[in-house]
Ligand binder design. Structure first.
Ligand code: ZN
Length: 325
């Protein structure tokens, strides 16, 4: 952007800020007071007092209000060196807590009358188009609006249309409303599938559990299981470990699995083994986990170690198992 364009963009954003202030006071109420403002060539930011998040409808009405003022093409009336009493008589909005001299500058666009030292466009029509892009909280009772004007607002609208067109094509939708219906259906389908997967995973888990229990070996009076398993998630591996332990007394269970190619070693045992044999799952996974370049820990009866070396998983399982002799 060359300097003249940049200056014009700043002026557009500044004048739009005055119209926005007027719009908010008209739509939300006169409790709205400017609490901060920033204008640059790219966008404008306006902070104001208001007690709740603006609704979509309030935002839409605010945009309509400002855009109507733009289409009215209201000429700038600027009064330099106006006695402050005259400005107040005009109904000019001053910033709360701001110190003003005896003489002030009044910037007027129709019913928008503010004390302001900044530079403005000569006519509201030159703002072109006004579009709010965000409305957020900055502090308790203070909201922030970020908005675009002129070419930036036009480009923003064009981008939104391009996104809508792409979605229309993707969903083979005829209208914008059809896109929303398609996305809603997709979200619902996804939730239903997740539920189905969850059911299947748990059914599969029950089968895995039974086959592991069938493989239990009695070593020195302890029911030992040490196997590599394939389950859908770390949570399922944990479920599996606890279910086996619950079903098998006096048990020592070592399970190894890969998740996204990364190895995980899990050790769980019956409470009595912790006391009677002085075993500690945390210490066991720490030592055996070296084979998978792993680290981890947990409680004396249950611990896990995640590692970086999948090739060492069988050794890690064997090392953990060797604790029971
Ligand atoms: Zn101003």
């Amino acid at each position: 952007m060359v300097d003249a364009e940049k200056r014009a963009a700043i002026e557009r954003n500044h004048s739009a800020t005055h119209l926005l202030d007027e719009a908010l006071r008209s739509i939300l109420g006169t409790h709205v007071e400017q609490k901060g403002s920033m204008v640059c060539s790219d966008y404008l930011r306006f902070d104001f007092s208001h007690f709740s998040k603006m609704t979509d409808e309030e935002i839409a009405r605010t945009e309509q209000f400002v855009n109507e003022k733009i289409r009215e093409g209201i000429a700038l009336e600027e009064h330099r060196d106006m006695p402050i009493k005259d400005a107040q008589a005009l109904g000019a909005i001053a910033l709360f807590g701001e110190k003003y001299g005896d003489k002030v500058r009044v910037v007027k666009f129709g019913d928008s009358i503010e004390l302001c030292g900044g530079t403005h466009i000569s006519n509201t029509g030159r703002i072109g188009y006004f579009k709010i892009i965000t409305e957020t909280a900055v502090a308790a009772g203070i909201r922030r609006i970020e908005a675009l004007t002129g070419k930036a607002a036009e480009e923003y609208a064009a981008k939104q249309c391009a996104i809508t067109s792409a979605l229309k094509l993707m969903f083979k939708a005829k209208t914008e409303d059809d896109i929303i219906k398609s996305v809603e259906a997709l979200v619902a389908d996804n939730a239903a599938l997740k539920k189905q997967i969850d059911v299947l995973e748990h059914e599969k888990l029950a089968g895995v559990k039974d086959s592991l229990i069938a493989k239990a070996q009695n070593i020195n009076g302890v029911n030992v299981i040490a196997e590599r398993v394939s389950v859908g998630s770390k949570d399922l591996l944990k479920d599996l470990s606890f279910q086996i332990r619950q079903q098998l007394d006096n048990s020592f269970i070592v399970l190894g699995a890969l998740f996204d190619g990364k190895p995980l070693l899990s050790v769980i045992m019956s409470e009595n083994l912790v006391k009677e044999r002085n075993l500690n799952a945390g210490a066991i996974v720490k030592e055996a986990g070296k084979a998978i370049l792993g680290g981890g820990g947990g409680q004396p009866f249950y611990a896990t170690a995640g590692g970086k070396n999948p090739d060492g998983l069988d050794k890690a399982i064997a090392d953990a198992k060797s604790v029971i002799k």
